[in-house]
Write a protein that binds this ligand. Sequence first.
Ligand SMILES: Cc1cc2nc3c(=O)[nH]c(=O)nc-3n(C[C@H](O)[C@H](O)[C@H](O)COP(=O)(O)OP(=O)(O)OC[C@H]3O[C@@H](n4cnc5c(N)ncnc54)[C@H](O)[C@@H]3O)c2cc1C
Length: 462
Amino acid sequence: MLDSAFLNSLTGIVGASQVLTDPYDLDRYSADALNPARLYGRSDVFDRLAEVVVRPSSTAQVASLVTLAAQRGVPVVPYGGGTGLMGGALPVRGGMVLDLKGLEQIVAINPIDLTATAGAGVVLQDLENALAEHGLMHGHDPYSLGIATVGGTISTNGVGYRAGTFGPMGNQVVALEVVLPDGRVLNTRAVPMYSSGPDLNRWFIGTEGTLGIITQATLRVARLPEAQNFATAAFPDFTQGFHAVGELLALGIRPTLLDLTEEEGVVRLHLLFEGFREGVAAQERRALQVCAQFGGQDVGPEPTLAYWRDRHQAGDNYRRNALGKSRRERWSRQRGRGFDYLHLALPISQVLEYRRRCDAILSTHDVQVVEYALWSRPELFSMMLVPAEGTGERSQSDMGQAVDQVLALAQDMGGIMEYCHGVGVRLDHLLPREMGLGHDLLRALKQTLDPANIMNPGKLGL
Ligand SMILES: Cc1cc2nc3c(=O)[nH]c(=O)nc-3n(C[C@H](O)[C@H](O)[C@H](O)COP(=O)(O)OP(=O)(O)OC[C@H]3O[C@@H](n4cnc5c(N)ncnc54)[C@H](O)[C@@H]3O)c2cc1C
């Protein structure tokens, strides 16, 4: 329970209007886009609510708030768009939720350095719009472009539609400004490669706010493409499509968008090539030849164009129906039988064997796979699972067991259980198993930086 002296100190830093204690606000900031159905009975993570929500608008305010919290041992939970799917922003130990959307300034756009510097709370779509005015764009384009923030996407190391060329959000980071758990402010330097010691940006990429709060980021940006060519290939089966994707990668062809999806027995590869005109034309021509080699039939640009136009629909629906709403309203979006969406990564040579073993495991459960996919690279394999029809009550716990088994299988075959959404509270029980000694190192780093464990405690198994 936070006392009034503490709350008064918060008000002294950000002003009374930016300190929220109304039960409705505490409720709505105690959720992100994780639906309790995906916790398979572990819903105790929703037992605690935020004790206060604070909305800073500058790095100095964040630093003062964190310093105060460190003095008092109060948990601090960084909160960006609140669109994370793993519960990374849940206040599982109560304390103070810091809504960082007030750090909304686009500080600089530099067409010569090909960088943009933005506050952690800038929504990616707003950054994209500002860059377009300078003939530029950035490389992270998730479904949630219109609702996710710079700080949140770095902290989960998200993957988007353009990852085929640009890689995950972490690869866009050139420099960071971070408030450490004791309130000091770290600034890294805006250069593309590091050999003067380690690249400290990596400590904060994908670490879900457990080691510090990102307040500002300098990101790599690119010219808007001179040409955009869309192509679609239909394959007789997933295996042939998979081999075509492997061959594209081996040849050095890098489509910005690459999505091989099998749904209801139909296998399609969506490709988008972007860049300078001659390069785009050459890559598209050769890619379609490679597809044909593996039985892929060129079905024209239209299916991929339609896919590209609709790519942010899920995010836009989420903004309209759930974002910023109460937990009850957010959770009521889970309808019907429910589903789970797994995104794991394996060495290329293991992916087809993994799928075969997975199918064998899932056939012993009341679970059906309704979609298999590769996104941006052959190593990045995803599956959408639903409980089999007519399985009723027992389906949830059975689905939970099936999911854990196939995630553990990915680990056992040399891979990882999640390539884009983070760990949060949803997967933390499996993280020490995956990281081994690496998890002890992470814990040691955490203890050094944050001995009182105030920074997003209870995440990443810390
Ligand atoms: C409809 C929909 C579609 C989605 N599509 C995609 C997709 O295509 N690709 C993808 O990768 N993800 C996707 N997601 C998941 C989500 O959008 C991403 O995980 C996103 O990166 C989260 O950003 P956020 O700003 O909402 O972060 P939040 O959910 O607010 O936070 C995520 C994590 O980062 C921490 N955090 C937030 N801000 C900071 C900061 N400034 N400093 C330190 N830590 C911080 C939080 O504590 C939490 O642990 C989707 C989600 C939805 C609802």
